[in-house]
Unconditional design. Structure first.
Length: 227
């Protein structure tokens, strides 16, 4: 349940799983722990790797009621946005660096009743998205370079999260949530939350040992113990 009362939302990234059996796996996910499923769509252009497209997302949706968090790591998302909107996810996130028309695309996503997300790469100054916050429901701060699974968390992301959080709280658009993606585990999740993140994307730290429900409990406990 995605409500304002949920302080921290967990979004496991399914590219860290065995995608050949993910439809079967998601039936065992505890929806009280796993708030959404993060789906990294990679086009082999904006990022070097390829993953899946709207057809896969539509099929996955048949196996779970957990909301889908679609992250478009694709060049010129305006060309295929309609196909992803039709899959009916909770959120669609585009990259600031992937298009010349971010405000227009974000408004199109919102018009269809979907949460509009805007992501920024580590090399992009966080100030670049400040003027776009009125059109945005969520900002995804990448704490690794996008498109390469298994990277180490970049400590510099913490300062970027703090800066963005401070600007949001100052009144730019106080309802914007901050999501963070890349290298988050039980050792650093509390720091990420303290910096201002509310939605946490987790990969290997969630799927290791094929025990996602217990792994997510450990992550949440790490926040509660050290916060």
């Amino acid at each position: 349940m995605l409500t304002e009362q949920n302080r921290i939302l967990i979004s496991p990234s399914i590219i860290a799983s065995d995608l050949t059996t993910i439809g079967e796996q998601v039936r065992r996910f505890d929806a009280s722990l796993i708030n959404m499923l993060h789906l990294d769509v990679m086009d082999g252009n904006f990022v070097p790797n390829l993953t899946f497209g709207p057809g896969f997302i539509q099929q996955l949706k048949k196996h779970t009621t957990i909301p889908l968090d679609v992250h478009l790591m694709i060049e010129k998302p305006e060309r295929s946005l309609e196909q992803y909107v039709k899959t009916g996810p909770w959120c669609i996130t585009i990259h600031y660096e992937s298009t010349r028309f971010p405000a227009r695309i974000l408004q199109e996503i919102r018009r269809d009743g979907i949460v509009a997300g805007l992501s920024i790469n580590p090399a992009t100054p966080v100030e670049a998205v400040f003027d776009l916050l009125p059109y945005t429901d969520m900002v995804l701060v990448m704490s690794v370079d996008p498109g390469f699974y298994g990277q180490t968390f970049m400590e510099s992301a913490l300062g970027r999260i703090r800066k963005l959080s401070g600007f949001i709280k100052a009144g730019a658009n106080p309802n914007v949530r901050i999501q963070v993606d890349g290298g988050i585990n039980s050792d650093n999740i509390a720091d990420v939350v303290r910096a201002g993140a509310e939605i946490i994307v987790v990969g290997n730290s969630a799927f290791k040992g094929n025990d996602i429900n217990n792994n997510v409990r450990i992550l949440l406990d790490s926040v509660n113990i050290t916060s």
